[in-house]
Design a protein around this ligand. Sequence first.
Ligand code: GLN
Length: 483
Amino acid sequence: MHNKTLAELSLGLQAKTYSSVELTQLFLDRINQHQQLNAYITVTPELAMAQAKVADQRLANGTADLLTGIPIAQKDIFCTQDVMTTCGSKMLANFSAPYNATVVDKFNQAGAIMLGKLNMDEFAMGSSNETSYFGAVRNPWNLNSVPGGSSGGSAAAVSARLAACATGTDTGGSIRQPAALCGITGLKPTYGRVSRYGMIAYASSLDQGGPMTRNAEDAAIVLQTMAGFDEKDSTSVDVPVPDYRAGLNKSLAGLKIGLPKEFFGEGLDENVAATLATAFDEYRRLGAEIIDITMPNLKLAIPAYYVIAPAECSANLSRFDGVRYGYRCENPVDLTDLYTRSRGEGFGKEVKRRILMGTYALSTGYYDAYYLKAQKIRRLISEDFKTALASVDVIMGPVTPSTAFGIGEKIDDPIAMYLSDIYTIAINLAGVPAMSIPAGFVAGMPVGLQLIGDYFSEDRLLNIAHQYQQVTDWHNFIPTGFE
Ligand code: GLN
């Protein structure tokens, strides 16, 4: 049962082949059996079983939704009422949220079962899931490798079938990069498509939640639940949400695929490049035309991002002061001591590095040289996407420069770590949607293919991904030991 897609699970539940209680128990048992992955920070068995009983009633009385009764898990960045919401940090290790994120409410309304909260890099800062206060997550394809980050727990859980699907968030690649490294499908929607209300802020102008699933059809189902205008989020965009599943079966004949030369130069592992070349051949067979393009400002994405994201995080994380909630140091002597020791003891090394960089970039005298300059570069990068997407329907490229690296390999070299997002970060700066889909293996480790589209073209990306998944099998492989 745990190998079924969401669509298949839903059919089984509707046909009463199994109940939600049985399905939920099965996933809870698997979570227990595979604790070595460290994919979950909190497991909520009582809540899950209570929700499963209600779901079975809905299934019996005909009020079920597509996700009713299906066991899912939330990245621990989404606030869940009366359930721990840690954001992977010591700062929030004792924090039980007083309300649900809009995304969590939406899954609850759909009748999905929450198995628990998934491990992540501290405050979503990282590319390897090694900065979590709750320890590193392991990649199900090789336990000595990282699963990617920051949504590493989500990717590992879906890949190892410890949840039927999961949520992730993506500020600079955190849905797509771990999805690629763990061999699953991940979708970062257009900025504003999914509500950020109750999603703990890292860099507010870049953060976006989205689905992490087995395949594109499942991503369509999950995005349908997550997407939509939310008046509680001032950056949520009020545009209609299409029927994503209905759009999956369109032919790709005549589709124009742009390959930016900047994505295929130095730094890309040659075996990854060769794997992607076979994917492009597959798209040609599906009727697509491959066009070489150039996006000259892409090379500026990493430096611009590592000014903008830390600047925003330094402001967002100022709320963690040891006063209202979260970690508080022992016996503070005065207010300054309370602030400095609570923050000093509550935040990890990478988070502190970002706060320092961001505060510096925003300070008087440096603001124009760094922050303002980075914002101008951001605009140029957006223009690159606009120009490219005026001549092609979709941009394709790698998600990561290589397959998953070893645990410990890059943790002491921040620049090397930052470079693992070289192909994903520009997309967040522009705000356009992008997906990662499984496209093959190099030495037994998954390779992801990135699809990038115009604003609010998630339906088209899902269609392009789904058509590929109809003629390939990469998304169906299961890591050994988790069958
Ligand atoms: N790795 C990037 C960072 O650390 C992106 C993380 C993310 O998307 N949340 O900022």
